[in-house]
Design a protein around this ligand. Structure first.
Ligand code: G
Ligand code: G
Ligand code: MN
Ligand code: NA
Length: 251
């Protein structure tokens, strides 16, 4: 497939860049971190959505070098920021098939000088679905490096609750489908409240993803979500705009 061939060359051609979306605490709306998201601008096709190329990168294994580039670039940019909030990156389940993953993270932290506590790794339930000892050992080894581990897209998988039992996450990110549905009926608020209470009982933060309106903000705050992320605060922005976001949101 053409996209696969192009993907192979895109890394060398520097066609990727990162955008950063702020995460803020739900009461003061003060900066609490940034999530880095990869973007691909194809020389001929223009922007290619991650939902189109990430699956191909996963099928072909290209997600391993691409993921390393994301990690390196996010860390290198985060050390230049005038804030000490963490930067979060997304890790694909396929990256856990790479036995070098832990070493790569250790190396990149050493090379860039980013404090390990400022790196957050977002994983989805698909990682834990590979319920094998190797994956669990890798998660514990990553944690031992001092990085933070967040459960992304929480609530939409098969057995979210059992995964919380298997690994002590630093953060739960409530999938944005729950937030989008808040305007439609009170059951959805009850579910978000239950997830926030779960986080609170476990002593971990809960981030409501995809908050777009003041009404949604009011509801997730009342539900007890500790943090929010979404277009209401800011869409993901290029590296050049991060300084302005830090100024606007404090840190
Ligand atoms: O940024 P956007 O909403 O278009 O991202 C679409 C999907 O692509 C999301 O599920 C997001 O987690 C994923 N994604 C974005 N950047 C990365 C990345 O660097 N690595 C991986 N594995 N997934 C990413
Ligand atoms: O799967 P993950 O949570 O990593 O995906 C994050 C994606 O969600 C990013 O691609 C980002 O562009 C998108 N996103 C962030 N905030 C909002 C929002 O408020 N509304 C919508 N629809 N998408 C959002
Ligand atoms: Mn994410
Ligand atoms: Na998510």
């Amino acid at each position: 497939r053409q996209l696969e061939l192009d993907l192979r060359e895109a890394l060398a051609a520097e066609e990727f860049h990162l955008v950063f979306q702020p995460q803020v605490d739900s009461t003061g709306l003060k900066l609490a971190g940034f999530e880095a998201l990869v973007r691909w601008t194809h020389a001929l096709r223009g922007p290619v959505p991650p939902n189109d190329f990430i699956p191909i990168a996963e099928e072909t294994g290209l997600i391993v070098p691409l993921g390393r580039w994301v990690l390196e670039t996010a860390c290198r940019q985060a050390v230049t920021w005038a804030t000490s909030v963490p930067v979060a990156i997304n890790l694909s389940p396929v990256q856990f098939k790479d036995r070098q993953l832990v070493d790569t993270v250790r190396q990149v932290l050493a090379e860039t000088g980013l404090a390990p506590g400022r790196l957050e790794l977002e994983i989805t339930e698909a990682v834990l679905l590979q319920n094998d000892d190797v994956t669990m050992t890798m998660l514990h080894d990553l944690r031992a490096l001092g990085v933070r581990i967040a459960m992304d897209d929480f609530g939409v998988g098969y057995s979210s609750l059992s995964y919380l039992r298997r690994f002590r996450f630093d953060k739960i990110k409530i999938d944005r489908s729950f937030i989008a549905d808040l305007d439609r009926g009170t059951d959805n608020a009850a579910i978000v409240r239950a997830m926030a209470q779960l986080g609170s009982s476990l002593g971990i933060d809960t981030t409501a993803e995809g908050v777009e309106t003041d009404e949604q903000l009011a509801i997730v705050r009342a539900c007890g979500c500790t943090h929010i992320q979404g277009y209401l605060v800011s869409p993901p922005r290029g590296a050049m705009d991060v300084a302005a976001l830090i100024d606007r949101l404090g840190a």
